[in-house]
Design a protein around this ligand. Sequence first.
Ligand code: HPA
Length: 236
Amino acid sequence: MATAHNKAKQGEIAKVVLMCGDPLRAKYIAENYLSDAKLVNEVRNMYCYTGTYKGKEVSVMGSGMGVPSIGIYSYELYNFYDVDTIIRVGTCGSYQENVHVRDIVVGVAASTNSNYGDQFNLRGIYSANADFSLLRAADKACEKLGLTAHFGNILTTDTFYDEDKEYYKRWAKLGVLACEMESYALYINASRANKKALTIMSVSDSLVTKVETTPEERQNGFTSMMEVALEVAIGE
Ligand code: HPA
């Protein structure tokens, strides 16, 4: 069923979708990792490709940046395209001294300063979490590939450029590993639709040490993260 944001036909999107913020990154993944990749959506240039990885059908799609954008695309995938699993692959900013650039961070749960959860009128704060079977698969894949991975709470923030430069420290005190801008919405949409989600990220910068990765380091970190995500995807 085509939507206002996605013109793919029913059946053109796989049950497992990798989502990355940048649609051109989705194109890169499709061209470099998938066999027989076919472009199934290009509305607003939010590319979605479907192909196979090690014989299993997988789609890869851009999500755009931030909660509202991934909120729309992931909702449609789960509810209108019958997608079962979304694995977000992205980058994050480290909040902890021991979480180094190029390490992998896996979001066991996502905290947030977004009001995305207000739509459920819960009179409380919903704790958004990843799917346990996907977490287990990611843990196994990281071990197999010999990668340093940190599993824990992440912050989905609405502000990339925050007025308060010390803001991150309050979340860091509570053990939050790193920040990004999408997972809270993805995890809530998955839970509401009784589907599965996981976020796997490569650390691109550190708010603690102010270290930033070079484009080359980002590419290496990205490759490791993709290998983990694809292993998880084909285990589904
Ligand atoms: N803030 C928010 N999102 C991010 C960051 C950051 O510092 N780095 C990578 N994604």
